[in-house]
Design a protein around this ligand. Structure first.
Ligand SMILES: [Zn+2]
Length: 329
């Protein structure tokens, strides 16, 4: 559902709710989730080693960074064109995200944008995002559409700009340094309650796409809406994601990256790590933390603490890719 039609919420972010890191390093989170959330300029790295989740401070993460073979960065939900009180200047916060990327100790090889590039699918909004991203050090940007990017047509404008040589409504795959990346589209034909949907044609394509790969190939899947059911009451999930995941279970390392819910959240299920990224535009309430989903107004001085970017590092021989969230502060 386009969040434009839902009311703005006025809530203060609760630092304790957002920070559910396994400080005991015993791999057990009290609510069955491990959330890596960075508030007030701090950051956390979550990594799965030998089936155990561990958390590290961001300063530890910086030294690990140098050992990785592939690093890239994910941004999401730039909502260019949004201008309500939750963030009257989404240009400035996207520029801050680019500055953050450019300040990383080693330039990431590329950027993934997991959709809701624009707020209303207007050409001027797409233009502005493309222009801002030109100042990023990584020159290659891979996109998937959000529901806000396909409001006007059957994803045609999106595909002309961001999805050349993709299949169907914009799905595709590519390889980087032995890692297989799959971009999926789950924002067409939304199901009741706004749940995402992949559809039979895309599922068949996915099955064929990954079938030749050896099970030791690290796989990264990225899409706009979560591929795990975070909160179906708000449409925060994908109707047929279980079918997609059934094709991925045999792989030793699968990382699933999403946006759409405008907050970081992580879950590990076997060899699959799910991670949702923060928005560069505005936060949304925690699942069930308000009457409905939608832009959440926080005090202006706290806004950049609830927006962010996600850095992902791959080291050969490690089971999981290291995912690091940092805020725009
Ligand atoms: Zn969305």
């Amino acid at each position: 559902m386009p969040t434009d039609h839902t009311p703005e919420h006025s809530m203060k972010p609760n630092a304790h709710e957002g920070l559910l890191i396994d400080h005991n390093h015993d791999g057990v989170d009290r609510r069955g989730f491990l959330k890596c959330m960075a508030w007030a300029g701090t950051g956390a790295l979550c990594v799965l080693q030998g089936g155990v989740l561990r958390s590290f401070s961001l300063s530890d993460a910086a030294s690990r960074h140098a050992q990785g073979e592939l690093s890239y960065v994910q941004i999401s939900d730039s909502h260019m064109g949004f201008n309500k009180p939750a963030n009257p200047d989404v240009v400035a916060t996207l520029q801050a995200a680019v500055a953050k990327i450019n300040a990383l100790p080693a330039a990431p090889e590329f950027i993934l944008h997991t959709g809701d590039i624009s707020h209303l699918s207007k050409p001027s909004e797409f233009d502005q995002v493309q222009q801002i991203l030109q100042s990023a050090r990584p020159k290659e940007v891979f996109f998937v559409p959000g529901e806000h990017d396909v409001l006007e047509d059957d994803s045609q404008q999106y595909r002309e700009r961001f999805g050349k040589n993709t299949k169907g409504s914009g799905w595709y795959s590519f390889d980087k340094k032995g890692v297989h990346f799959v971009g999926l589209v789950n924002v067409m034909n939304l199901k009741s309650g706004g749940m995402g949907s992949l559809g039979a044609e895309q599922l068949k394509w996915l099955e064929d796409d990954v079938s030749p790969l050896s099970k030791s190939t690290p796989v990264v899947v990225f899409a706009h809406m979560p591929l795990w059911n975070i909160y179906p009451e708000w449409g925060w999930g994908t109707d047929d994601s279980a079918q997609a995941l059934s094709y991925l279970r045999r792989f030793g390392s699968v990382t699933v990256l999403n946006g759409h819910i405008h907050q970081t959240m992580q879950k590990v299920e076997g060899n699959v790590t799910f991670h949702t990224a923060a928005s560069t535009a505005f936060p949304q309430p925690h699942p069930g933390g308000a009457a409905s989903a939608g832009p959440m107004k926080v005090p202006a001085e706290q806004l950049r603490a609830v927006l962010g970017i996600t850095e992902v590092n791959y080291t050969r021989g490690k089971h999981a890719l290291a995912v690091i969230d940092s805020t725009l502060e």
